[in-house]
Design a binder for this molecule. Structure first.
Ligand code: ADP
Length: 606
């Protein structure tokens, strides 16, 4: 250790010691020889020895001191350098922090959404400056504003309840509410609430101005309401129009029927009455189509599926057009394989489609034949039923085939002039088939004929034998039925009288509901025929009053609605009011007689 120290010091101490010794000898020479002039006192050896004894340890000590001072200096400068490095590091970190803060501020200042922090006690801790842009309140104003100042009490309570359900670190909750700006204007906000899961339980609220979206939503709802209102108004208008058209048609068809049955008519007069009847039936079918189509357009087609036999449907539809077809010299054939199974579908609506195809086939075919062909592809519990009506008529040009299923669409003007029609039948058929999720179409060769077809899928079904209706005895001339007709239209009263009196029906009439109820109080009747739309008191109210009457008469006498209100919901209203049955106007004489015969022997089933 010591030798190591000496090794460090010696190289630097030796020259110093030599220098000191040399200086002492030189000093001895100068003082004794040159100044005192006594060379005998000059003792270089002695001086060298003495000065060496002093100089060597002195030099070693001085060098030692110098060395330790140098080490101290080195250590000091190393520590200063380390401190500088640490300071530079700290300064860089500070700069980075400043940058992050600046970015956060930039973000907070320019945020279009609003961010707020609330303490668990419900005090505002922070609000982003965007609050001013959204609400018009400055940040300072907002920080001291009570939360209830900007929302209704109900919304405040709703949001407060929502916040109470939040769990720290749990999923956020969202609320939409109306808020009020400083200037009183209404705005819509959507806020997302969450509680921090870091133990602070701070509530963080991010709110967004959704006024534009909300206004769009409100406008859409309003537009939808208006559209629904317009559609309801259209449906009401059509229902009223068809009712108003049916009323005069009742008189035209009814009296034409009465006349046609009369034996007093000349041949010419009989033929002319036939024309009146044909024309008025066509008019009636147009009225029916318009009413049906408007209901389909309004989405009001409720399917009523039930077990039905496709083969029986085809035969009865063919039978309905047979008379017209035969009159034109056309043969009508039905091809239905024996294997056809009953299905669970809306049979009456399918019949309507098939009948429409058949009526068109008869209308647009001059020679040849018309074939109804049914086929069925069974697939487990369900099957696809395909119905085709094949004719040898005028056919349809390729360019018209696509749009004939659109409403009011006819192949061309010449055809519509020649054959008439409204262009609604196929549009109605398409809507019915589409409502059943089926397919409808036509294949045709112009001048050769057309095949109209539909395909619908449905479950296979078991046919239950229809409930046996008790046999109704036809009304004889001496039926002796006492009937009350409540009807405000004098022509209709006369019509029903003309139709029923030859069959021994004793008819009394009342001109409105009030008179009808009064007549029921006074008289005894086997049956009441009740119009629905009447002045003073309508038929539904009158029926309810009769049903509520004291005594057996009001409770037991059957009441049959006789009305031009023929929509299913209107019929249901009649039955709900206490009626037993419904007869549509225009009155079909056969149906009227059947109904009177059926109900005059029965009592009301409460
Ligand atoms: P309408 O028969 O009352 O005009 P439809 O909707 O039933 O209305 O038919 C639309 C059009 O399609 C008809 O006007 C006719 O041009 C064409 N059409 C329908 N069926 C046939 C058919 N079997 N043969 C030729 N054209 C037809």
């Amino acid at each position: 250790m010591i030798s190591a120290r000496l090794r460090d010091r010696l190289p630097r101490a030796a020259p110093a010691a030599v220098l000191i010794v040399a200086a002492a000898v030189a000093m001895d020479f100068i003082v004794n020889v040159l100044i005192l002039g006594s060379p005998s006192t000059f003792t270089p050896l002695m001086t060298t020895l003495i000065s060496s004894i002093i100089a060597v340890p002195l030099s070693l000590w001085v060098v030692g001191q110098t060395l330790s001072l140098e080490r101290l200096r080195d250590a000091l400068s190393a520590s200063v350098a380390a401190k500088d490095a640490r300071q530079a590091e700290a300064e860089a970190a500070l700069e980075r922090l400043g940058e992050t803060k600046r970015l956060y501020r930039l973000l907070a200042d320019n945020l279009t959404d609003h961010v707020a922090l609330w303490s668990p006690k419900g005090e505002r801790i922070y609000s982003s400056p965007s609050i001013e842009r959204i609400t018009g309140y400055t940040l300072e104003e907002f920080m001291v504003l009570p939360p209830t100042a900007m929302v209704s009490e109900a919304d405040f309570a709703r949001v407060a309840a929502l916040i109470r359900t939040l769990q720290a670190g749990g999923p956020p909750a969202v609320a939409t509410y109306e808020s009020f700006r400083k200037d009183g204007a209404s705005i819509w906000l959507e806020s997302t609430y969450s509680r921090l899961g870091d133990g602070s339980n701070i509530l963080i609220v991010a709110s967004r101005d959704i006024t534009e979206r909300k206004q769009l939503e409100l406008e859409l709802v309003k537009a939808l309401e208006m559209a629904e209102g317009a559609s309801a108004a259209k449906s009401d208008f059509l229902a009223n129009m068809t009712h108003e058209l049916r009323t005069p048609l009742t008189a035209i068809i009814g009296f034409a029927e009465v006349l046609r049955r009369s034996r007093d008519l000349s041949k010419t007069a009989g033929r002319q009455v036939g024309h009146i009847l044909d024309a008025s039936h066509t008019l009636l079918s147009v009225v029916n189509d318009v009413l049906d189509f408007s209901r389909l357009e309004a989405g009001g087609l409720e399917l009523d599926p039930g077990p039905f036999d496709p083969a029986a449907m085809a035969s009865s539809c063919a039978a309905l057009v047979e008379e017209r077809a035969v009159a034109k010299g056309l043969a009508v054939r039905v091809k239905a394989p024996k294997s056809l199974q009953p299905m669970n579908l809306d049979g009456p609506r399918l019949s309507q489609v098939l009948l429409n195809f058949l009526s068109n086939a008869v209308k647009f075919t001059a020679h040849g034949s018309i074939t109804v062909a049914l086929s069925q592809t069974v697939d487990g519990e369900t099957a696809v039923l395909r119905g085709e009506v094949i004719d040898t008529g005028i056919g349809i040009a390729a360019e018209h085939r696509d749009n004939i299923f659109d409403r009011f669409s006819q192949a061309d003007a010449a055809v519509s002039r020649r054959f008439g029609g409204t262009g609604l039948g196929l549009a109605i058929s398409r809507r019915i088939i589409e409502r059943m999720d089926g397919r409808i179409g036509v294949d045709s060769v112009e001048g050769k004929g057309s095949t109209f077809w539909f395909e619908v899928r449905g479950p296979l079904a078991e046919l239950t034998a229809p409930e046996e209706e008790p046999a109704v005895e036809a009304l004889g001339a001496d039926a002796g039925v006492r009937l009350l007709l409540v009807e405000d239209n004098a022509v209709n009263r006369e019509l029903v009288r003309t139709m029923l009196e030859p069959f021994g029906v004793a008819l009394e009439t009342a001109n409105d509901g009030v008179a009808g109820v009064e007549a029921m109080r006074q008289g005894h009747y086997d049956l009441v025929l009740m119009d629905v739309q009447m002045p003073v008191m309508d038929g539904l109210t009158a029926t309810r009053e009769i049903r509520a009457m004291e005594g057996a008469r009001g409770a037991s006498t059957p009441i049959v609605g006789l009305t031009a209100n023929v929509l299913p919901e209107q019929i249901a209203t009649c039955l709900a009011a206490g009626m037993d049955d419904h007869l549509g106007k225009p009155i079909n004489p056969t149906k009227l007689l059947e109904t009177v015969a059926r109900w005059s022997g029965r009592t009301h089933a409460a």
